[in-house]
Design a protein around this ligand. Structure first.
Ligand SMILES: Nc1ncnc2c1ncn2[C@@H]1O[C@H](COP(=O)(O)OP(=O)(O)OP(=O)(O)O)[C@@H](O)[C@H]1O
Length: 299
C-alpha cells in the first residue's frame, strides 16, 4: 500500500504543485490520477520514487517513509513508464529493456534472456530485439517502455501518460494489454492520464483533480459515474451528456458499466448511490441489453 499523508510540494521557484494531498493507493490494484494539465499529477507520481521529495507531509510505502529509503535503490525497485516511452535512441530494444537489471549487476546474458521473455509478456515479437527504437512504431515503442518498467520485477509500476502519444486504436490495444498484464502480474499500478475514458477503463480507483491540484472526487469508476460529487465532476465525466463513452445501465441483474458500443465494461455490485458499490470485472465482454458483444480482446 502507498499512502500520501497531507503532502504539499512547493518547488524552489515558489510554484505550489501539490497542496495538502492525502490518498491511500491499495496494493495490486490500478489507481488512476486524472485531471487537467498542471494539477500536480506527475509531481504526485514522482514523489513515490523520490524523483521529487515533498516539502511537507509523508509518502509511505507499506508503512515506511520513502525519505528513509535511498533514492537510487528506490528508483531501481519501482517500474517507471513515461509518455514517448523514454527509450535510449542509441540502444537496441533488448538493451533498453535490460538497462536497469544491468545497472543492478545482473549478468548480460541473463538480462538479455529476461528482456526477451518480457518482450513476449508485452506482446512484442522477439525479432524486434535488435532494432533501435526509431525503427519501431509508436505503439511498439510504448510496449518496450512497459517491458522496461517491468524488467526489475517491481511491485509498483508508475505510468505517466504512457499511451498519450499513440493513435486511438493502438491506445485501445495497449490499454487492454495493461489490463491483461495486471490480471497476470498483480502489480500496484499508479497511472496518470488526461483522458477520463482511459481512467474509467483502467482504474480500480480513480482520483479526479480539479485545477490547482484539489481532489474533486475519488472512487471506483461506477461510483463516480453513478454519483458525481459536483458540477465539475459531472461535466468532466460527461454525465450531463446524453450518451458518453462509459455510463451505468440498470439491467434486471443489477447495474452494469457499459461502453459506447453497448458492451459491458464492468459490473457494479451493491448500491451505487450508497457508495458501497464495488466495480468488478473490468473489460468484460458480456453483451448488455441486447447489444452484441464485439471483438474485444478479453484474453
Ligand atoms: N521542477 C519544477 N519547478 C517548478 N515548477 C514545477 C516543476 N515541475 C512541475 N512544476 C509545476 O507544478 C505544477 C504541477 O505540475 P505537474 O507536472 O505535476 O502537473 P500535471 O498534472 O502532471 O500536468 P500535465 O498533465 O500537464 O503533465 C505545474 O504548475 C508545473 O508547472
Amino acid at each position: 500500500m502507498i499512502e500520501f499523508g497531507d503532502v504539499t510540494k512547493r518547488f524552489p521557484d515558489g510554484t505550489l504543485a501539490v497542496d495538502h494531498f492525502s490518498l491511500v493507493i491499495p496494493s495490486r490494484k490500478i489507481t488512476v490520477l486524472v485531471g487537467s494539465s498542471g494539477s500536480g499529477k506527475t509531481t504526485i507520481l514522482r514523489m513515490i520514487n523520490r524523483m521529487v521529495d515533498p516539502t511537507s507531509g509523508q509518502v509511505e510505502i507499506d508503512g515506511e517513509d520513502v525519505l528513509s529509503l535511498k533514492p537510487v535503490a528506490l528508483r531501481r525497485s519501482i517500474g517507471y513508464v513515461m509518455q514517448n516511452s523514454g527509450l535510449l535512441p542509441h540502444r537496441k530494444v533488448v538493451d533498453n529493456i535490460a538497462t536497469v537489471p544491468l545497472l543492478k549487476g545482473v549478468k548480460k546474458k541473463d538480462a538479455r534472456e529476461r528482456a526477451l521473455e518480457l518482450m513476449d509478456t508485452v506482446g512484442l515479437e522477439r525479432s524486434l530485439a535488435d532494432r533501435y527504437p526509431s525503427q519501431l512504431s509508436g505503439g511498439q515503442q510504448q510496449r518496450v517502455g512497459v517491458a522496461r518498467g517491468l524488467a526489475v520485477d517491481p511491485n509498483i509500476l508508475l505510468m505517466d501518460e504512457p499511451f498519450g502519444a499513440v493513435d486511438p486504436i493502438v491506445r485501445d490495444d495497449l490499454q487492454n494489454e495493461l489490463l491483461r498484464l495486471q490480471r497476470d502480474l498483480d502489480k500496484t499500478v499508479v497511472f496518470v492520464t488526461h483522458d477520463i475514458d482511459e481512467a474509467f477503463k483502467l482504474g480500480d480507483q480513480v482520483v479526479i483533480f480539479r485545477k490547482g491540484g484539489i481532489v474533486a472526487q475519488k472512487g471506483t469508476p461506477a461510483e463516480i459515474l453513478a454519483d458525481p460529487a459536483d458540477e465539475f465532476v459531472a461535466s468532466f465525466v460527461g454525465a450531463d451528456r446524453g450518451r458518453r463513452a462509459l455510463h451505468v445501465e440498470e439491467t434486471p441483474t443489477g447495474s452494469v458499466l457499459v461502453d459506447s458500443d453497448g458492451r459491458a465494461a464492468g459490473v457494479l455490485s451493491g448500491s451505487p448511490r450508497g457508495g458501497a458499490g464495488t466495480f468488478e470485472a473490468k473489460a468484460a465482454t458480456v453483451p448488455v441489453a441486447g447489444a452484441p458483444a464485439q471483438g474485444e480482446d478479453a484474453s
